[in-house]
Structures are given as C-alpha cells and as structure tokens.
Design a protein around this ligand. Structure first.
Ligand SMILES: Nc1ncnc2c1ncn2[C@@H]1O[C@H](COP(=O)(O)OP(=O)(O)OP(=O)(O)O)[C@@H](O)[C@H]1O
Ligand SMILES: O=P(O)(O)OC[C@H]1O[C@H](OP(=O)(O)OP(=O)(O)O)[C@H](O)[C@@H]1O
Ligand SMILES: O=C(O)c1cccnc1
Length: 492
C-alpha cells in the first residue's frame, strides 16, 4: 500500500517505535496499563559546545497529542500485520488521551539535565507518546539553539533562512524554519512556512535566471522590470568585473522604478570580494545598497568573516543550519521517574549507570529559575519535587550535583517555575503564544543570561542544581538498589 493511499486516514499515532506498543501490550495484559506514571524528557549535554539551548517543538507536540487516536486503518495494520489480539485492539480503539503534560514554553532558555517536558497519566499512554515527543523536541530544540548561535555571530545583521532544499525532507525544512525564527533569524525563503506560521518570507534570485537570459545585464533588467525590490546575484561569471557593474547599470537605468536593495555574493573569498563590492557600490553612489552573502555559511565562518572585516550586511544560511551540520542530534531522552504501586502509592524510580551523568533523577519535579533581584540575571536553575516552593524560603543553598564543593547561598532572589501545564487529564489548557511573541520571549530570555554562558566557544557551565531533598532521595534510591543487588534480590 502506498503512503498516499493511506493519507486520508493517516496520523502520527503510529509514529512510534514498535517497542512502545509491545510494552503497552504487556501493561494491558498484566492489568497495569492505567496505573499513574510520570515520565520526563531531558538531554544530557548542550549541543555545539554551547552554554545553553533554546527549547522548541511544543507547538507540534500539542498538535500531535490533540490528534492522538488510533484510526481503523491503524488498528487493521496492528491486528493483521503485527498480530495483536482483539482484546488489545479494542482497548486501543477506545483509548482516549488522558495525559497531563507540563512543558517549558517554547523559546525558553534551557539546560542539560533538567526536565523540559513531563508526561503524567496512564502508564500505557505515557509509553506510547515517548517516540514522537522525543522526535519533535530533539530536532526543533537542536535547530533553535543553532539559530541562536548564528544570531549571536552576525552581531545585529540580518539573517535569512535558506535551508529547505538541503533539509532532511519536507517536515524538517518546515519545522526547522520555524525553529530558526524562534532562535533569532529574521525571515525564511520557504513560502509554505510563511503561509502556515506567518514567518516573514524573503528571497533574491538564482544563477538560473542569469543563465536563462544568457547575460547578467538582460537578466537583472528583466527582473527589475518585473519586481520592485531587487537584490541581484552577481557571482555567476565574475563578481567584480561583470556582476556588480551590470547591477549598477540596471539600478541607474531603472532609478526610482525599483528599490535597489543590494547584491548577493555566493562564492569566492567573501572577505576580499565583499570589500571590493562595497567600494564599487559606494563609488556609484549606492551607499545604502546592502551586500548579501551565502555559501555554506555557519556561525564559525561568519565569526571569521567578521574578524576579517568582511563588508556583509545580510547573511543567507542554508545547509549548515537546517541539517545541524556539526552536531546532527541533541540526544534528549524520556525516562520514567515515578510509578503508582499496587497500594496506589507513587514510587520514585531511576535508571542506574556507571556514567554519573547518565543516572536519572527520580521523582516528579519542577524546574525553578532563580534570578538575583539586584542584577536581574539568572543565578541558576534549581530542581525540586513538585510541592516544594523556593518562594517560601529566605535563602537557597545551591550546590553542584556532582561536585558539591561548588556551592553558594542565594538570598534576595526571584524564583520562577518553568514547567507549565499544557494538558490536564487530556484537556488542552495552555494558550500557545503567537510565534512572534515566542521569538521575543527567546530574545528576552537570552538577555537574562550572563555573557559567560552565552559565548559560543568554551562557555561557562550554568548551574543546574538539585534541592537537598531530591539529591538525598536520589542517593538513597541508588543505595537501596545496590543493597538489593548485593543481597541478590535485584532492584525493587
Ligand atoms: N574569507 C573567508 N574566510 C573564511 N571562509 C570563507 C571565506 N570566504 C569564503 N569562505 C567559505 O569557504 C567556503 C568556500 O567554499 P568553496 O570551496 O565551495 O568555494 P567557492 O568559491 O564557493 O566555490 P564554488 O564556486 O564551487 O561555490 C564556503 O563555506 C565559504 O562560506
Ligand atoms: O549555501 P547554503 O548555506 O546551503 O545556502 C543555500 C544555497 O542554495 C543556493 O545555492 P544552489 O547552488 O542550490 O542554487 P543557485 O543556483 O541559486 O546557486 C544559494 O545560492 C546558496 O548557496
Ligand atoms: O533567495 C535566495 O537568495 C535563496 C533562497 C534559497 C536558497 N538560496 C538562496
């Protein structure tokens, strides 16, 4: 059966790994599918060697969860092709999304080892949604973070997103573009993203226009006669000897009839060429015309070009942004942190690892952003069990969860809970902000971060600390598991 034939009945409900449904089946058969469970999603290390990440993906997660329902064609497939029995198929048919989901808002500045999103509800449902949630937030958070790095590198210049043609398929282009806008890009070349999300669209023209007309003068002139705003691509043959003189000739001839915005260069030594192009434009009186640049650019090349004094005003960024070229995965995970036992009490759980960073933190948690009232900058994030409220304390002891000699006592602070209710018992309660407000929220959040955490190379590690109570309970659970293993009874 081809994809298109299924299309009208297709949804993301089966966009999950088989093992999730296999586990649901076990929970169902053993009568524990409806037990209350809490899972949390987090990543373990900042991507690109950055000092923070920009959270994105919630909009798509909401869309996915709102539509979570097994269609008849899904059930038919699971029954006939995978072989599940009628009881289970019937259970899936009547499955109604009852999850409570808490999440950071999109555009929030987030850090390794803190829960970004928390799912609570029937165990089987929590299990089903793991794959899609990770798929969405892993990619979009990675990309929004990359965008923030590029935005920092351009130092206030304009940035256009050009990645669609090089993206890992269409969804990646679309959602990656949205993440770019959240993280700091100004516009996209993707027209559908403009239509669906309201992102400003912008564009110049390709080499094919010049080739189609056979020479630059004819091509630029034709474009100018059919468009008001003009950016001419000047590197098809020889940027300085042919491209720029032809752009100036057309701009002179068209005068007020066009808005000559500038020229784009897409090859060669961009520092050297951009300086020559600037001189030519200025000499011709086009001091306001801008120089646009593209060609495998990323934050590293941009920083280098800035250091070389390149005269570039607007940056077009495609391949290396949309594919997260230097780090293609964020590696966020989704871990069970608490589960109802047969006495209806919640029991906290964790996953042990020999690697200290990989030991998960048990219990249903809230992340608090602690900021000093004097500086209006963040002191760090403090993770505590739900119910513990640092706003009730006069001072807060914050210590590094692995190196506790790194510690401080914070007084006169503001504490803000970062995980917000999105769905409560399956009902959407969250009003998603407009995309432009998410973008502004991201920029404002970055202002709250000390420069030391924002530099793109070797930033300082931002404090993400556990409350004493959480730390102690983690250590106790680890000790209990060890004791049980030593006694030969296995973990409880
Ligand atoms: N002055 C510069 N400093 C650092 N990097 C640069 C500089 N100028 C260009 N680059 C980058 O170097 C790379 C050069 O790419 P490439 O080898 O494809 O050369 P090109 O001139 O673009 O050739 P082509 O015509 O095949 O596109 C690109 O990523 C480009 O952004
Ligand atoms: O370099 P990126 O960061 O990926 O930016 C997008 C690239 O896509 C276009 O090139 P392409 O060769 O596809 O088409 P063209 O004929 O317009 O140059 C454009 O000229 C950029 O070089
Ligand atoms: O508008 C442009 O210049 C553009 C768009 C997509 C890819 N490269 C360039």
């Amino acid at each position: 059966m081809f994809y298109q034939e299924l299309d009208k009945d297709d949804s993301l409900t089966l966009h999950t790994d088989l093992y999730e449904i296999n586990m649901m089946y076990t929970y169902f058969k053993k009568g524990i599918s409806e037990r209350n469970a809490v899972f949390e999603a987090y990543y373990r290390q900042e991507p690109f060697g950055n000092g923070y990440s920009v959270y994105a993906g919630l909009e798509h997660v909401i869309m996915y969860l709102k539509n979570l329902k097994f269609k008849e064609s899904d059930l038919k497939y699971l029954k006939e092709e995978v072989g599940y029995d009628d009881d289970f198929i019937d259970y899936l048919r009547h499955l109604k999304m009852k999850l409570t989901v808490r999440s950071m808002p999109e555009g929030e500045i987030v850090f390794a080892n803190e829960p970004l999103l928390q799912v609570e509800g029937p165990l089987a449902q929590c299990q089903l949604v793991e794959t899609a949630i990770l798929n969405i937030i892993n990619y979009q958070t990675l990309l929004a973070t990359k965008a923030a790095r590029v935005k920092l590198a351009v130092q206030g210049d304009g940035v256009m997103e050009f990645g669609t043609r090089r993206a890992q398929e269409t969804d990646a282009a679309l959602w990656g573009t949205r993440a770019a806008y959240i993280g700091g890009f100004d516009s996209t070349s993707n027209v559908r993203a403009g239509k669906l999300f309201g992102i400003p669209i912008s564009g110049t023209h390709a080499h094919s226009l010049v080739e189609a007309f056979g020479n630059e003068y004819e091509a630029f002139k034709a474009y100018a006669e059919t468009h008001k705003d003009c950016v001419f691509l000047v590197d098809t043959y020889d940027t300085v000897r042919s491209g720029v003189p032809n752009a100036i000739r057309v701009a002179d001839e068209m005068g007020e009839r066009i808005n000559f915005q500038g020229v784009r260069i897409d090859s060669g030594d961009m520092a050297y060429i951009s300086k020559q192009v600037r001189r030519e434009l200025d000499n011709a009186g086009y001091t306001k015309a801008k120089i646009y640049a593209s060609n495998d650019l990323d934050e590293t090349t941009i920083t280098s070009l800035k250091m070389q004094g390149a005269k570039i005003d607007v940056w077009g960024i495609g391949t290396k942004y949309i594919t997260a070229y230097d780090q293609p995965a964020l590696g966020a995970v989704y871990k069970l942190v608490s589960i109802e036992d047969d006495q209806h009490r919640m029991r906290d759980t964790l996953k042990i690892s020999s690697n200290v960073e990989k030991v998960s933190t048990p219990g249903k948690k809230q992340v608090w952003r602690i900021s000093a009232n004097t500086e209006k900058k963040n002191e760090g994030d403090w993770i505590a069990r739900v119910g513990v409220d640092p706003r009730n304390f006069d001072s807060l002891y914050m210590f590094h969860p692995q190196y506790s000699y790194i510690n401080k006592v914070v007084t006169n602070y503001t504490a803000e809970p970062l995980l917000k209710d999105i769905f409560v018992d399956g009902k959407l309660t969250y009003q998603q902000p407009k995309l432009i407000d998410i973008k502004k929220f991201c920029a404002a959040n970055l202002d709250g971060l000390w420069e030391e955490y924002k530099r793109s190379l070797n930033p300082q590690e931002y404090p993400v600390d556990l409350s004493q109570d959480l730390y102690d309970s983690k250590m106790n659970i680890i000790q209990d598991i060890r004791n049980n293993i030593n006694k030969g009874v296995g973990a409880q």
